[in-house]
Design a protein around this ligand. Structure first.
Ligand SMILES: Cc1cc2nc3c(=O)[nH]c(=O)nc-3n(C[C@H](O)[C@H](O)[C@H](O)COP(=O)(O)OP(=O)(O)OC[C@H]3O[C@@H](n4cnc5c(N)ncnc54)[C@H](O)[C@@H]3O)c2cc1C
Length: 408
């Protein structure tokens, strides 16, 4: 049985392991951290297309047992005026819309399934170097241990070592101009926001929230600021974040100040990056998936879903192609145009989120947006994001017959 070493137990890693096991591979997953996600206390959007991949793993319904449906995105001005709505899923099909879940829950659902499938995980295994021989690939970990496989799959996230091994001149992530933070808080007296996320173009910072039926608020803020030096945000305490956020959002419409007043949990700040233009997704026996080769900022709501799409696509290519090189080449040929289109989409949204100090700029945006979003309920412009199905059972098509992409 061919053996695959998967580096990284975020989203792409365990999902790839599950699909590959189905395709007859022996797989082991290696994770640097003891707990796989440093942002485990936060939440994310799993889009219709990501849910479709989870359905093929039999995990969609389980994920939905603790998910908030968010098939609409409502935009508000800094004065609380509704600027318009955008579907967070295929237009005119809200039932298939995207959901918001706790990141830790998504990890748990995928990870438990992988463990149940007999896939071994090694925590505290930080990949330090890769060495390839004519017959195998060797991973060396920071603790001195090693592992050997026929292929190595880098699912090691946006600061991927695998990407650099594949191509030392690969592009590095580019800062978006935004720093994110957020949390989950139980606050009395908040009105539920069924089926919708709300986004506020605050005067001094961008804010997003939803309120579940039990009054739990899921919220985030995106602060416009120069790129913080790597690691510097870890020195900012939760109390300092809250002072800053309460000040930045003090003039914003209800319930933004109430959410921040009622928040008292640990806050983490994270600079938001994009990664695009990675020319080589594989070299020899090594290939990469997910944020390691393309990262769309959280604004797209697509990072996790793209990682899931990569997982199923790579496994299908390895199942259906006659050799490794063709499988890796076809995997990239099929996936890269779509991933790049999503990153471009995310960049456009990030540009809108960055705070403008120009009163004229704000006035123009608040005038334009309602006109631009007038027919949002029927807006099919983003259907290319959501109506993207990758059937596991169907043989992988020729790379030349790529799946359709748009999105500029
Ligand atoms: C705060 C935040 C909010 C987000 N919101 C959304 C959203 O709403 N919707 C959405 O779709 N996406 C969102 N994203 C993006 C999404 O989280 C990523 O796109 C997704 O997690 C990518 O999955 P991945 O498996 O490729 O990488 P990751 O989930 O980053 O996993 C990489 C794993 O590799 C491990 N690793 C790294 N280096 C090594 C090494 N050398 N050796 C071993 N292991 C290693 C890491 O510890 C990590 O566990 C958000 C991201 C952040 C940070």
């Amino acid at each position: 049985m061919p053996r695959a070493l998967v580096i990284g137990a975020g989203i792409a890693g365990p999902a790839t392991a599950l699909f590959l096991t189905r395709a007859g591979w022996d797989v082991e997953v290696f994770e640097a951290a003891d707990s796989p996600d440093p942002y485990g206390g936060l939440f994310l959007n799993v889009a219709t297309n990501g849910l479709a991949v989870l359905a093929q793993l039999g995990l969609r319904e389980r994920l939905l047992t603790d998910a908030h449906r968010a098939s609409r995105m409502v935009m508000l001005s800094g004065t609380g005026r509704t600027l318009g709505e955008v579907p967070n899923g295929p237009a005119r099909d809200l039932e298939r819309g995207s959901v918001i879940v706790r990141r830790a829950w998504l990890h748990q659902v995928i990870r438990e399934a992988a463990t149940a499938a007999g896939i071994p995980f090694r925590s505290g295994a930080r990949l330090a170097s890769i060495e390839e021989t004519p017959t195998s690939v060797h991973a060396r970990f920071a603790d001195g241990s090693t592992a050997e496989g026929d292929i190595l799959i880098g699912a090691d996230g946006i600061h991927s070592l695998t990407r650099r091994w594949i191509d030392p001149s690969a592009p590095v992530p580019r800062y978006s101009g935004l720093v994110g933070t957020g949390g989950i808080a139980r606050i009395d007296g908040l009105q539920a926001t069924p089926d919708a996320q709300h986004f506020v173009f605050g005067a001094r910072s961008f804010f997003g929230y939803l309120v579940r039926h039990d009054g739990t608020a899921y919220w985030f803020a995106n602060l416009t600021m120069p790129e913080p030096p790597r690691g510097s945000l870890t020195g900012v305490s939760s109390a300092e974040w809250l002072i800053e956020l309460r000040d930045l959002h003090s003039d914003d419409p209800s319930p933004v100040p109430q959410i921040l007043a009622g928040t008292d949990e640990e806050l983490t700040g994270y600079p938001i990056y994009h990664l695009a233009g990675v020319r080589s997704w594989s070299r020899g026996r090594v290939v990469a998936v997910g944020d390691a080769v393309h990262a769309a900022s959280p604004s797209s709501g697509q990072g996790a879903s793209l990682a899931l799409e990569d997982a199923i696509t790579l496994a299908r290519c390895l199942r259906d192609r006659p050799d490794r090189a063709t499988a890796f080449a076809d995997y990239q040929a099929v996936r890269a145009p779509r991933a790049e289109a999503v990153v471009r989409y995310a960049r456009r949204i990030d540009a809108q989120k960055r705070v403008t100090k120009s009163r004229l700029g704000i006035a123009i945006r608040d005038w334009m947006m309602p006109r631009f979003l007038k027919n949002a309920a029927d807006d099919t412009r983003n259907d290319w994001l959501y109506n993207h199905e990758i059937p596991w059972e169907r043989p992988v098509e020729g790379a030349a017959a790529k799946q359709p992409q748009t999105g500029g």
